[in-house]
Design a protein around this ligand. Sequence first.
Ligand code: ADP
Length: 544
Amino acid sequence: MMGLMQDVPLTVDRILDHAANWQGNREIVSRDAEGRVTRSTYAAIHADAKRVSNALAAEGIKQGDRVATMGWNSARHLSAWYGAAGMGAVLHTLNPRLFLEQIAYIANHAGDRLLIADPATADLVEELLPQVPSIEKVIFFCDAASLPQTSFPAIAFDDWIAGQTADFDWGGFDENAACGLCYTSGTTGNPKGVLYSHRSNYIHALMTLQRDALGLSARDTVLLVVPMYHANAWGVVYSAPAVGARLVLPGQRMDGESIYNLIEQEGVTYSAAVPTVWQMLLQYMQENGKRFTTLERVTIGGSACPESIIRTFRDDYGVDVIQGWGMTETSPLGTVSVPNASVAAKSEPEQMAYKLKQGRLLCGLEMKLVDDAGNRLPHDGKTPGRLMIKGPTIAGAYFGGEGGDVLDAEGFFDTGDVSTIDGEGYMQITDRAKDVVKSGGEWISSIEIENIAMGHDAVANAAVVGVSHPKWDERPILLCQLKPGASATAADLTQYLDGKIAKWWMPDDVLFVDDIPLGPTGKIDKKAIRAGLEGYKLPFEVSR
Ligand code: ADP
């Protein structure tokens, strides 16, 4: 017997309809491409998004066609996002920080028909266009006065939508229709496209709105630091309008001072970003003696959150840090580290151990650990295994069938992460499978050593990589970037680590570097580090 409830397709246009109808005056603050801070509302964004749908239809864009954007977080970008999705096109977010060849590969693979880009990327677009014949037209996120000089005909976004009406019938298609396309950065092999559906994005928004997830509310002012081109903007493009949160879109300026000023000027209560952004912000605040007056909590994810960041936010600024784990392929949120009842009853040091874990699974998902042969491993908090995940917000295949069949026999997706799961259900990433240090047949967690090393007063950033060793296969070495003006020796670092990690995890060498290379989404680029270490020899042979 079937249920008798209304069969309403879960398409994301309904989310912005809801925001416009019921929180229409709620403000959207945006630093636009011209550098100005502008003020809009959900109702105005909704109207502009409908104009975008009409403009796209006038270009001949049909359901399923890919429309690319390449820009920072702005109100215009938000209108384009919903304008494309609402009329059934697929919004494909390109990351302007990738290499030209990668962007060209991705845009060709996606078969993008239109490109809407920030004017600051005009030089990049100039080089890109000859390499991507599928792009028929370029629109820049700006007004006519700010249109960059280009050798190709381009049009300003404001002009492009100006003549269009704000009437357009959104939706009317299957909730499983494609809605957005986002490529993983391809740290192994070519980038692969994750093709979100309306349904997966709608469900993801509801999942992340739980109090024990991102927990956004109508009373929040949300600063969306996570770029809209990174991992589906962590779903905030859907969850903020779903609850009518006030949204602040920071544009291109991501330095500590600019982020701090926006937080204070706009009364931001909540934000989300990768650890490197928060490190920059905290450094700026410490150097300039700044305080937060409104910020209550931040979600940190994308890479492991060092304890020093959690403590500084909490002890010095009264801000709660919540760690989340996810990936482009998981929409992205999979787990969040918030205390359950039994963890909440523990002492402060015990609770910190849980905050450092990547957390508990969101409702609707399943996860398991397996060995290399695919056998399930115990959830004992000690045994590391490949993390596998399943659910309606998890990729079932890559765009264009890249990578072939990506699910195991039980329908689980291999995250490429190695983790443990404890008896309370807390998952902890020990490494990415391709970054693990395997010494004497056992795994050493580079992430754990990095986190501890970053607790040392002199250390600004730390990275652990494995180097080959004649006896143990691999041994870890530690790269440290010191804070400006700080000094430390290799012996200081090993002394600091002594007693905090297993003896056989102790790095065999400590190298001081000016810079730890970061990838295009602000994560430590271990591939670049390993490439830079080619020919490196360990200073001595160790015994375990
Ligand atoms: P990429 O970095 O390859 O572009 P994603 O942005 O999708 O792709 O990154 C997903 C990966 O980031 C995860 O598989 C995991 O390795 C890492 N990651 C995400 N959140 C965390 C976290 N809180 N702690 C540790 N690693 C994390």
